[in-house]
Write a protein that binds this ligand. Sequence first.
Ligand code: NAG
Ligand code: NAG
Ligand code: NAG
Ligand code: NAG
Ligand code: NAG
Ligand code: NAG
Ligand code: NAG
Ligand code: NAG
Length: 502
Amino acid sequence: MEKKPNLIKKANGQSMSTFIFFFLICFIVLLLHFFDFGGAKSGVSSLFISYYHSQDDVPARSCVLNVTDESSNVDPCSGRYIYVHNLPQRFNDDLLKNCRAIAKWNDVCWFVSNSGLGPKVEDPRGILSNGSWYSTYQFFLEPIFRARMKQYRCLTNDSSLASAIYVPFYAGLDVGRHLWGYNVSVRDALAHELAQWVSARPEWKRMWGRDHFVVGGRISWDYRRNIDNDSEWGNNFMNLPESKNMTLLSIESTLWTNEFAIPYPTYFHPSTILEVSQWQERMRNQNRKYLFSFVGAPRPKSKESIRSNLVEQCSQASNSSSTDTCFLLACRSGKNNKCNDPCEIIRVFQNSVFCLQPPGDSHTRRSTFDSILAGCIPVFFHPGSAYVQYLWYFPSNYTKYSVYIPEEDVRSRRVNIGHRLMSISSIEVEAMREEVIGMIPRIVYANPRNDGLPEFEDAFDVAIKGVLGRIEAIRRRISQGEDPSVGFSDWDSRKFDLPSVV
Ligand SMILES: *[C@@H]1O[C@H](CO)[C@@H](O)[C@H](O)[C@H]1NC(C)=O
Ligand SMILES: *[C@@H]1O[C@H](CO)[C@@H](O)[C@H](O)[C@H]1NC(C)=O
Ligand SMILES: *[C@@H]1O[C@H](CO)[C@@H](O)[C@H](O)[C@H]1NC(C)=O
Ligand SMILES: *[C@@H]1O[C@H](CO)[C@@H](O)[C@H](O)[C@H]1NC(C)=O
Ligand SMILES: *[C@@H]1O[C@H](CO)[C@@H](O)[C@H](O)[C@H]1NC(C)=O
Ligand SMILES: *[C@@H]1O[C@H](CO)[C@@H](O)[C@H](O)[C@H]1NC(C)=O
Ligand SMILES: *[C@@H]1O[C@H](CO)[C@@H](O)[C@H](O)[C@H]1NC(C)=O
Ligand SMILES: *[C@@H]1O[C@H](CO)[C@@H](O)[C@H](O)[C@H]1NC(C)=O
């Protein structure tokens, strides 16, 4: 964990005091030169002279020059300035205000409070640490990210200084309103307006949008409709010519190369190192009574889904052993759904060594981040669930922090999950868990409402680093006369291949 000083204040303070210090020294040295000629050197002034000369043997005139040279190199925001487009409210705030329309199946207005973190969790049983836990809705990354951006240290109102331009469009809240029962022209309308608005700004032409980025709180698939047929899924936001020149950060990427996955927001939103390290320490010392667990619901309508196999293996494992080997928290719709209760979910994961993270409606799950938070080693069944997604966040050698069991092996009943997990030595388990616990600060979104900046590098900071790096690389290519469109937003059929670790 890296402690982040407040760079701007510190650097300004430092260069100012350095400047005053050098100025005083120069002044004194000039005085001493004057007295030298007069032959009137006091004891005090020779002290100054020896101090000055032992520090640096520089003629007095170059002092000021050197100081200005130094301070111009020291701008801590150089290469990191971000300009935020001031969008009309219909592209963001209004969507949140009309929260009743955001999701067809549940009322998400409850989650809007606290800058989109949701209400504080009530935890009478003390399962979570004190403070900083919220009932966060899994698709509310957009307002959370924007609130974190308001605290970013290197914001600028001068777009010509900016290395990147953030377009705070709530793309997921927009399409979420219309995913069920609306024709394609309704679904596409606001995204089209956004594309027109942003490409008409003077900032656009500088790099034709290649320094612009958008954050999507739903999976990217929702913005990737190819055919204008009402029976097709989603809107076509990411297929617009303007979007092909921008970068999208979202909770799950598709095979397109201008999409980068960043973590789902989970329940823990700390802002101090102490909060993080206390939680990490607690997860290290947990007594984990289940070998593995699964929190989720089967997908009976999907022939492809392995979830019913997992449910079956979980109950078999529990029956076959004297100790509780697998714990199943079955999610049901309705009021008594424990899967909506952060305490219940974290309690199960805290008590488990391994957590099964199969694909659901899509490859990824918010549950992956919940299990990391609880120090539970994730078990993946598809590379698209994590390994090819959160490249800025997870170790590239996936065996360090997770177990991979190919979906086909489950479907064809070639693998007994309990036996497979039991065969992993306790030394390996310890090492993996330590890796998982070490990932916690970088996968949480720090509380944006707290005064001052978070003291550690959180998921927002990692995303900003990643996107600035990508844009910088493109800028370099343009300056070398290369065509920036090559490879920028291509369909990469190999993006979801299992990465190699040997
Ligand atoms: C001041 O600048 C000069 C010329 O750039 C350089 O030779 C000298 O080493 C610098 N001195 C300090 C203290 O940085
Ligand atoms: C940008 O301008 C707005 C409105 O004038 C002001 O509130 C804000 O503090 C400025 N931000 C920066 C980083 O200068
Ligand atoms: C789509 O739906 C809207 C609102 O229901 C309607 O006004 C519009 O005519 C429809 N468009 C098409 C092409 O059917
Ligand atoms: C739209 O999709 C449906 C179902 O796939 C199909 O039956 C229909 O012909 C399509 N309509 C058009 C205009 O392509
Ligand atoms: C996208 O960028 C290319 C240059 O790489 C430019 O020719 C094209 O007009 C841009 N598209 C839009 C919609 O601005
Ligand atoms: C949480 O509460 C305990 C006891 O009340 C206290 O010792 C600890 O410092 C608190 N942790 C944080 C992060 O505030
Ligand atoms: C496990 O045991 C319970 C009761 O002990 C039983 O109802 C259930 O059918 C068993 N499950 C399997 C998969 O054998
Ligand atoms: C990947 O991690 C595993 C477990 O730590 C290790 O045994 C293996 O050597 C690593 N592979 C590479 C290429 O570093």
